[in-house]
Design a protein around this ligand. Structure first.
Ligand code: NAD
Length: 291
């Protein structure tokens, strides 16, 4: 038998979660601060609830997806809502930090509910797809008991561990890598345009270069995992070789008057290592400087 689910929040993501649950025949109720946002979901079969407390009391599983933890807290820590949580499985899908997830877990569990903290590695249009990744940490019992529901939201779902903040921490770590690439792309486009290249040329060459970049990325992770920082026969490019190419970026910025805030920060990191005589070490040897 499928659990009764209540979703708090019918924004872009919350609505997509509700639509997916209805599509998989989960009896789903929904509450949103602005009730009008729930109307299209009601038309699809969602039950509208008049209050957060009524929604929680009607459900076995509570999914929260509002703007941030402050908004979520304000909903849960009012009136008789807290007392309605006892015995429920609470799945928090609002984005938050590891610290907020730890605090939330303590508070929810103190109300007698089970708590799973989730991070969604997708935009709303990917919810419910076979490869969509959602990360969870916190109560293993809640994860195991609701696995079918969780996999309905994304086939690439995984359980990171029992420490509640770990899903959020992994999300932050993965996004950090993404921002590095996106900021790098913006800087690269500025260089390309300054030298009269069109961005279609830049774009078409990104695909050819991607396997090389991906290989370097995974190599850096593997080496860091093994703390194999000294240059060796398997080193793809030494720090010295990287720096010699990197200096062309600094030169391009200076010559073409481009903003160099990000390259300067990278230059500082390279120089710390090179001033300690590490030119022959692997690129991964920069890792200790980030700790
Ligand atoms: P949205 O702006 O479309 O919806 C936000 C929702 O929060 C609305 O339902 C709004 O009514 C509610 N809300 C805001 N403040 C509130 C308050 N004080 N009290 C009660 N409800 C309040 O945003 P979204 O894109 O649906 O994102 C929702 C959550 O999902 C966020 O935490 C976001 O970081 C996360 N998320 C979104 C995406 C995405 O691609 N949109 C991806 C991953 C995670």
């Amino acid at each position: 038998m499928k659990s009764n689910v209540c979703v708090l929040g019918a924004g872009r993501m919350g609505s997509s979660i509700v639509r997916t649950l209805l599509d998989r025949n989960y009896p789903t109720s929904v509450w949103n601060r602005t009730a009008a946002k729930c109307q299209p979901l009601a038309a699809l079969g969602a039950r509208l609830v008049s209050s957060v407390e009524a929604g929680i009391r009607s459900a076995d599983v509570l999914i929260i997806n509002v703007l941030d933890y402050a908004a979520s807290d304000a909903l849960l820590k009012q009136g008789n809502v807290a007392s309605a949580l006892a015995g429920k499985a609470v799945i928090q899908l609002t984005s938050g930090s590891a610290r907020l997830a730890r605090e939330e877990a303590r508070w929810i569990e103190a109300q007698g509910a089970g708590y799973l903290d989730g991070a969604i590695l997708a935009t709303p249009d990917f919810i419910g797809k076979p490869d969509t990744a959602l990360l969870y940490s916190g109560s293993r019992a809640v994860y195991e008991a609701n696995k079918t529901l969780l996999f309905a939201l994304g086939g690439g779902t995984s359980y990171v561990g029992e420490v509640p903040g770990q899903a959020s921490a992994l999300d932050t770590a993965l996004l950090t890598q993404m921002w590095g690439g996106l900021f790098g792309a913006l800087q690269g486009m500025a260089v390309a345009e300054a030298e009269g290249l069109d961005l279609e040329t830049f774009r078409s060459h990104l695909s050819a270069f991607k396997p090389v970049v991906d290989a370097a990325l995974f190599d850096a992770v593997d080496r860091t995992k093994a703390r194999r920082f000294a240059g060796d026969d398997a080193t793809l490019a030494s720090l010295g070789a990287h720096y010699s190419a990197f200096r062309h970026l600094l030169e391009a910025c200076q010559e073409r008057g481009l903003d160099a805030a990000m390259p300067r920060a990278m230059d500082g990191i390279f120089k710390q290592a090179l001033s300690r005589g590490r030119a022959d070490d692997d690129f991964a040897s920069l890792f200790p400087l980030f700790r």
